[in-house]
Design a protein around this ligand. Structure first.
Ligand SMILES: [Zn+2]
Length: 72
């Protein structure tokens, strides 16, 4: 049993996990991060929220820098 087993990823009620094409990652920034974004500066999010576009549910959030870094 390994922790990176794909079947252990959280899923929404339609059964989509974060690798599904109907699931989008929504970045969340600190307040200062939002201000920098308004200035056009690229900021690293502090958190990613995975939302299924079919059922409109956020079913997973992550603060894993490896996953966050992959979004930029
Ligand atoms: Zn869903």
């Amino acid at each position: 049993m390994t922790s990176d087993d794909k079947s252990s990823l959280p899923k929404c009620r339609c059964g989509h996990d974060r690798t599904h094409h109907l699931v989008s990652a929504e970045p969340e920034y600190t307040f200062g991060g939002y201000l920098l974004l308004l200035l056009g500066v690229t900021v690293k999010p502090i958190k990613l929220k995975y939302r299924c576009r079919q059922c409109d549910t956020i079913f997973e959030t992550t603060t894993d820098p490896k996953l966050i870094g992959g979004q930029i």
